[in-house]
Design a protein around this ligand. Sequence first.
Ligand SMILES: C[S@@+](CC[C@H](N)C(=O)[O-])C[C@H]1O[C@@H](n2cnc3c(N)ncnc32)[C@H](O)[C@@H]1O
Length: 186
Amino acid sequence: MASLDDETHRKHEKSVEEPPRPPVLTAKPAVYSGCCLGLSAPLITHFHTLLPPSPSLVLSVGSGFGLLEAHLNAGPSPLNIVGVEVEPSPNVYLPVSSHRIVHGSRFLEPLAGEATAWLFVYPRRVGLVQEYLAEYSEGSVEKIIWAGPKADWDDYVGCFSGWDVIIQSTDEVGGRPWELIAVASK
Ligand SMILES: C[S@@+](CC[C@H](N)C(=O)[O-])C[C@H]1O[C@@H](n2cnc3c(N)ncnc32)[C@H](O)[C@@H]1O
């Protein structure tokens, strides 16, 4: 019979290798534990239209629990999206193969140089977007998606000077009316 320690170890391994299934989304936006952005099935469909298909790499900086990213990595046309978080990572839904960890909020993930698109959902600091752009905008990135509260966008818009930016109120695409998606293209 396996000891309690073996059982615990195996459960931990399972949780890393086989993350839980994310909650099923509905047609109307709702708040889910561990995700700041209100999510719905139509909103996920919309993100799919915005982001490049696999095998192009999408890097989500500050992926939190990884709920949005797990939905984007699923479905009939899963994206190739990797979520980055700060150690100790709150990640729940992304498998290790789709997750990177940096050692502090001032650190950047070098995979950004290879990613075709970057995603910043509810970033906490304008400086983080600026630092990624300063370090990696000459790499493969062609599109940056920012999503967050409309009230925050004015702080971030200046990051994207020289990029073509289209903004959408998320309630037009399956989200909540006080949130916004900005799509910046090179
Ligand atoms: C407000 S939370 C948003 C999380 C998630 N995107 C969501 O919508 O729920 C911001 C996240 O950014 C992460 N973060 C801060 N600095 C970071 C960095 N340098 N690299 C990656 N993640 C970072 C934080 O740990 C935090 O989980």
